[in-house]
Design a protein around this ligand. Structure first.
Ligand code: CTP
Ligand code: MG
Length: 223
């Protein structure tokens, strides 16, 4: 069976505040996006990777991976969910994995665990357990409660679902104006089961400047 990976890479990286979108920042020998694509393309079950790029993205074409016949590009949208939806239009495998361009430290071990559980449970995402004591506050910052930590997770990617179901759930959610920050939120809203798979905490999303050196460290530790 062949899997399709969708990589939303159409963001501008405003929190990173660099001269170019963060996925094109250099991390050791390669850009972040090249690391991410290499991790996916070297996984045997992944046959195609659909990359959603900003309109008139001037950077992607010059990367060697752009010439890989398994890499397909589509135009991204104004929000991440639209970028993913555009990629879903050309996905033709039964299952898709959606993985942030800005998560270069994904391991094959986590892919193994995610894929096995998703196919068993109808859909799954990688997550990591929260470590700190969790509080809920009101808008002014007054603490209302200490929240039970046992069942709280950071939602990571990849997130894996049946292609057609995810497409319908995203379309429906966007049409209704729901807040969709990841694929699972659209699936949850539509009433589909989504299983959490405990993944590695080093599968970070490079978001702020300090995350760059952290991702570099994790990559060197994994090598
Ligand atoms: N993304 C996308 N299309 C968008 C917005 C985001 O494809 N319209 C992608 C980003 O390129 C990134 C992933 O979604 O790989 C996760 O989003 P995020 O970390 O928020 O990246 P940015 O939106 O680029 O960063 P920021 O929110 O700081 O501007
Ligand atoms: Mg963003």
């Amino acid at each position: 069976f062949g899997l399709t990976a969708i990589v939303p890479a159409a963001g501008i990286g405003s929190r990173m505040g660099a001269d170019c979108p963060k996925q094109y920042l250099q991390l050791a020998e390669l850009t972040i996006l090249e690391h991410t694509l290499a991790r996916l393309l070297s996984y045997p079950a992944i046959e195609r990777v659909i990359v959603a790029l900003a309109p008139h993205d001037p950077w992607f074409e010059s990367l060697p991976v752009a010439a890989d016949p398994r890499v397909i590009r589509v135009e991204g949208g104004a929000e991440r969910a639209f970028s993913v939806l555009n990629a879903l239009q050309v996905a033709d495998s039964e299952w898709v994995l959606v993985h942030d361009a800005a998560r270069p430290c994904l391991t094959h071990g986590d892919l193994d665990a995610l894929i096995a559980t998703a196919m068993n449970c109808g859909g799954a995402i990688l997550g990591s357990r929260v470590r700190d004591t969790m509080k809920r506050s009101d808008a002014a910052g007054n603490i209302i409660a200490t929240v039970e930590r046992e069942q709280l997770w950071h939602a990571l990617t990849p997130q894996m679902f049946p292609t057609r179901t995810l497409k319908r759930a995203l379309e429906e959610g966007l049409m209704l104006g729901a807040t969709i920050t990841d694929e699972a939120s659209a699936m949850e809203r539509a009433g589909f089961p989504v299983r959490m798979v405990e993944g590695r905490a080093d599968n970070i999303k490079v978001t702020r400047p300090e995350d760059l050196s952290l991702a570099g460290l994790f990559l060197s530790q994994q090598a």
